[in-house]
Design a protein around this ligand. Structure first.
Ligand SMILES: [Zn+2]
Ligand SMILES: [Zn+2]
Length: 453
């Protein structure tokens, strides 16, 4: 069959494009079996069936097309869009990941010079940006598990490739999270293993900077993880409490306000030690961090995270105070000012949080009080407005018009009480420690923080 040309579609291929939009994989599978259907056919804009499926967010359809040999890097689109770009535009994380796994190139640019990550960022699909920027194909790491050139041994033992790959593809680069990931794998949590790993990371960093399509973001990430690994080695060698000692240092807050000074300094130092001082990204980071006083915002961690994952701001997601993981929803039940993933993260943090918890509690109560005052004030104002609907501009009329919802607002205090109560029970459920914990250590800890739950 002739190679696909733009707009030259057989009737069956036209039918396939129609079926893709419906998401009917069974019918699509049947059509793909037809000899009149080429999986990489092009519509009049140069879009392949895979691009259509990615753009419409049809996960199963994408999988089916890839299984039938769809070319993930087809670049015949009239504006140079690739399937990965369409995935990023759709905002579908699973499809974005699938395209990357299928070998999608991340450095390709469209006709106006934008990469897939940049396009996804442009339309606000930040989760897809994060996925693209942090993708690192396993094969690129596996390269180091084979002896190269004159080496007798590979630079990276095969058994370390898996755990190392997990760490370098993580989108949460919080130093505590990285140390926890190291700790969780006994193969990795050894001096020699970590030394091998950070040397490989340094090599990858160098490659990222010297290759034709330079990738400063990935280079910085590799360098940063390498720095954390090097510190792990120091603690493993010099401290009796090994990596736990490192975590403690990372979390220890200063007396004044609980700010983790060591952590901030370590991240700043890691960035500064980036060996390619001409890199634009480095200069950008230093410019953002250098003028910030220790303890003020933004922290080096948030600046670094933003640069590497493309995450803009930390507005709509809650992050764990201990390990920086997104989506933390357990609150310290005393101060209600800090969040954790789970009790484990809370335990790790308690030794230092307990020093500021009381103060934070006072701040929180003050805030609550002020919020309540403000609420009452507004309610009063609202009631007043309701009484005098006469004097009106057009917007006032709209607001004070008695609608079907008006009756709901009769007893606002009662409603507020109810939600507060519900929240409290939710919290105490969330953080209640199991008093029957069999571990003596846990019990001791329970006694220490009993007042909290
Ligand atoms: Zn956590
Ligand atoms: Zn607290």
């Amino acid at each position: 069959m002739a190679p696909p040309r733009r707009g030259e579609l057989s009737p069956e291929e036209k039918e396939l494009l129609r079926v893709i939009a419906t998401g009917n994989t069974e019918e699509a599978g049947r059509l793909l079996g037809s000899k009149n259907v080429r999986v990489n056919c092009l519509d009049e804009h140069g879009m392949t069936p895979l691009m259509h499926a990615a753009y419409k967010g049809k996960v199963d359809m994408c999988r089916l097309l890839l299984r039938h040999g769809a070319d993930v890097n087809c670049n015949e689109h009239e504006h140079g869009y690739t399937a990965l770009m369409f995935a990023g535009l759709s905002g579908n994380k699973e499809i974005t990941w699938m395209m990357l796994e299928a070998g999608a190139e991340t450095d390709v640019v469209n006709s106006v010079g934008r990469t897939a990550a940049q396009m996804a960022a442009f339309v606000g699909q930040h989760d897809c940006v994060t996925i693209i920027n942090n993708f690192f194909p396993r094969e690129r790491l596996d390269y180091y598990t084979k002896p190269q050139g004159l080496d007798k041994e590979p630079k990276l033992p095969v058994k370390l490739a898996g755990p190392l790959h997990k760490i370098i593809t993580t989108t949460n680069m919080h130093p505590v999270k990285i140390v926890l990931l190291v700790k969780e794998n006994p193969l990795l949590a050894e001096v020699e293993a970590l030394q091998k790993c950070y040397r490989v990371l340094d090599l990858i960093c160098e490659k990222c900077m010297k290759q034709k399509d330079m990738n400063e973001v990935l280079a910085m990430k590799m360098h940063y993880i390498s720095c954390i690994f090097q510190k792990c080695v120091t603690f493993l060698k010099e401290r009796d409490d090994k990596l736990d000692g490192f975590i403690k240092n990372l979390l220890k807050g200063r007396d004044k306000d609980g700010f983790p000074v060591y952590q901030e300094k370590l991240i700043r130092e890691s960035i500064r030690k980036f060996p390619y001082c001409e890199a634009t990204l480095l200069q950008q980071l230093v410019r953002s961090i250098a003028p910030v006083e220790l303890g003020s915002d933004p922290t080096a961690f948030s600046v670094l995270t933003q640069a590497i994952t493309g995450q803009v701001g930390f507005v709509d997601a809650e992050f764990c105070t201990t390990c920086g993981e997104k989506g933390a929803d357990k609150r310290c039940s005393v101060c209600k000012m800090v969040l954790y993933c789970d009790q484990n993260c809370q335990k790790i943090h308690w030794f230092t949080h307990k020093k500021v918890c009381k103060t934070l509690k006072e701040i929180h109560e003050k805030q609550e009080l002020e919020a309540a005052k403000e609420k009452r004030k507004q309610e009063k104002k609202q009631k007043k407005d309701e009484v005098q609907p006469g004097e009106s501009s057009t917007t006032d009329e709209e607001q004070s018009a008695p609608g079907p919802d008006a009756t709901k607002e009769v007893d606002p205090n009662h409603a507020a009480d109810r939600t507060e109560e519900a929240e409290l029970t939710k919290e105490s459920e969330a953080l209640a420690l199991n008093p029957d914990s069999p571990l003596e250590k846990d019990r001791q800890y329970c006694v220490e923080i009993q007042g909290l739950f």
